[in-house]
Design a protein around this ligand. Structure first.
Ligand SMILES: CC(C)(COP(=O)(O)OP(=O)(O)OC[C@H]1O[C@@H](n2cnc3c(N)ncnc32)[C@H](O)[C@@H]1OP(=O)(O)O)[C@@H](O)C(=O)NCCC(=O)NCCS
Length: 230
């Protein structure tokens, strides 16, 4: 992915507790009514999974997010070009989060922190792409929280939410062809590989996968295929 691309759910981690207040009632939020958009036109502010809460980043999450990225930087750097801007000054990260929330309230993309028992364990984003009714999922986990299926669980929940929306037809996941850990997520979730990348896309070297309302089948943990060990 190229450096200018949306970081897709940037910051996260830490064994840092975040506020337990209702995420949809935090200070600083602009009610959807003020944007002239109906709530149903917006991607949701939060999504729950069996183990995780995915919720939009708040300014109060900035310290935990910064710690997560700092601790994971070598793990993230090979795959996420935005890491070249790290460490981001605190005020810039706060402005980034505010901008993301503003964007969502205008009907745009959603950037969620992935929280486990109030701790940041990663991030996942749902970006509205250039094509109409197409959204792209991006994700990363804190280095200490890989190997637990969190990214797969979060991606499954976001996909399930997205394909139910009237304004979404196609859900895309893309990754560097060398990024096996990332590739396993769409593969195991039953996404279909796109043989030819979208010609309008800005990085044709990436491997693309997609699913639609018609083809999406929620995963059953019991069906999870065994991984190659070598
Ligand atoms: C890509 C990335 C999010 C994948 O993380 P991950 O932890 O390997 O992925 P998952 O959350 O799906 O977890 C799968 C692992 O959890 C294990 N696991 C444990 N419990 C599980 C469960 N209930 N369900 C599924 N997997 C489970 C699996 O065996 C697997 O472990 P393995 O890799 O040792 O075989 C992570 O490597 C990362 O953050 N990479 C850097 C950033 C990046 O590349 N982002 C994507 C850019 S396109």
């Amino acid at each position: 992915m190229k450096p200018h691309q949306d970081p897709m759910g940037a910051p996260a981690h830490g064994e840092q507790r975040t506020s337990s207040r209702n995420p949809t009632q935090r200070a600083g939020r602009v009610p959807a009514a003020q944007t002239g958009l109906d709530e149903t036109a917006l991607l949701p502010a939060s999504v729950s999974t069996p183990r995780l809460l995915l919720r939009c980043w708040e300014p109060a999450d900035v310290p935990a997010a910064a710690r997560a990225i700092a601790a994971s930087i070598e793990h993230l750097r090979p795959w996420l070009p935005w890491t070249s801007n790290e460490p981001l000054p605190e005020d810039e990260r706060r402005a980034l989060f505010k901008g993301w929330n503003h964007d969502r309230l205008q009907g745009g993309s959603a950037h969620y922190g992935i929280f486990l028992n109030g701790h940041v364990v990663g991030a996942i984003g749902l970006r509205r792409r250039g094509q109409p009714q197409e959204v792209e999922i991006g994700y990363w986990l804190h280095v200490d929280h890989t190997g637990n299926g969190y990214a797969r669980e979060a991606a499954a929940a976001v996909t399930a939410m997205a394909v139910q929306r009237a304004d979404v037809k196609t859900v895309i996941i893309r990754h560097d062809p060398d990024n096996l850990a990332s590739r396993l997520i769409p593969e195991e979730l039953g996404f279909t590989p796109l043989a030819t990348p979208p010609t309008t896309d800005d990085d044709e070297a990436d491997q693309f996968w997609y699913t639609t309302r018609e083809t999406w089948r929620p995963p059953d943990a019991a069906e999870r295929p065994p991984r190659q060990t070598s």
